[in-house]
Design a protein around this ligand. Structure first.
Ligand code: GLN
Length: 189
């Protein structure tokens, strides 16, 4: 099994480290030719969605990745990765893959609460550490989107078919259960 990690900007190395701890082979997607190799799943890391989205388009990776996701490639998006997947961002005109039928709010926790840590329950996974860094949350969900977790009334994790998205950064904590859950999705797909 091979997992591709979008490696243009942001916290991609941390995802790679978790995959290697789980004994999973991973490849980095840095340029358009990298999309020619086979992989069974995709991770979109946290960082800056605007920078990642711009680079994806400039490097000629955007349309092909969008097609792969829409055709069912299992994908895990964390933080900025959630924004890249979302159909719409309520406080920003830009949108990207639009494959996940949710509306997100960018930098939703404001300045003071820009970064915080908590623990919370994720449906089907259990209690996990949650590190939020200038995180988005989901303000509306479309049909067939399953809400996996809420923190203080706000939706912070969702699943829709082949797509899993988290507001927080599972790759920055020691817990491996979210990545394990994603790998199980790959095995089942
Ligand atoms: N604030 C970032 C954005 O809007 C997301 C932050 C993150 O990924 N930690 O893209």
């Amino acid at each position: 099994m091979t997992v591709a990690v979008l490696a243009l900007q942001g916290a991609f190395i941390e995802h790679e480290q978790i995959l290697s701890r789980l004994g999973v082979h991973c490849v980095e997607l840095r340029k358009s030719e990298d999309l020619n190799q086979p992989y069974d799943g995709l991770i979109l890391p946290g960082g800056e969605s605007t920078v990642q989205g711009k680079l994806l388009k400039e490097l000629g990776m955007f349309d092909r990745l969008k097609k792969q996701i829409n055709e069912g490639l299992p994908v895990l998006g964390t933080c900025a990765g959630m924004i890249l997947l979302a159909k719409e961002t309520e406080n920003d005109d830009r949108s990207y893959f639009q494959s996940l039928p949710v509306v997100v709010k960018r930098n939703a926790y404001g300045r003071q609460l820009g970064s915080f840590y908590t623990k919370g329950e994720v449906k089907g996974i259990g209690t996990v550490p949650m590190t939020f860094i200038r995180a988005p949350y989901v303000s509306r969900v479309g049909k067939d989107v399953e809400i996996l977790s809420k923190v203080e009334e706000h939706i912070v994790a969702v699943q829709y078919r082949n797509q899993l998205a988290f507001s927080f950064h599972p790759e920055l904590d020691e817990d491996l259960s979210i990545h394990r859950f994603f790998l199980q999705m790959l095995k089942n797909s």
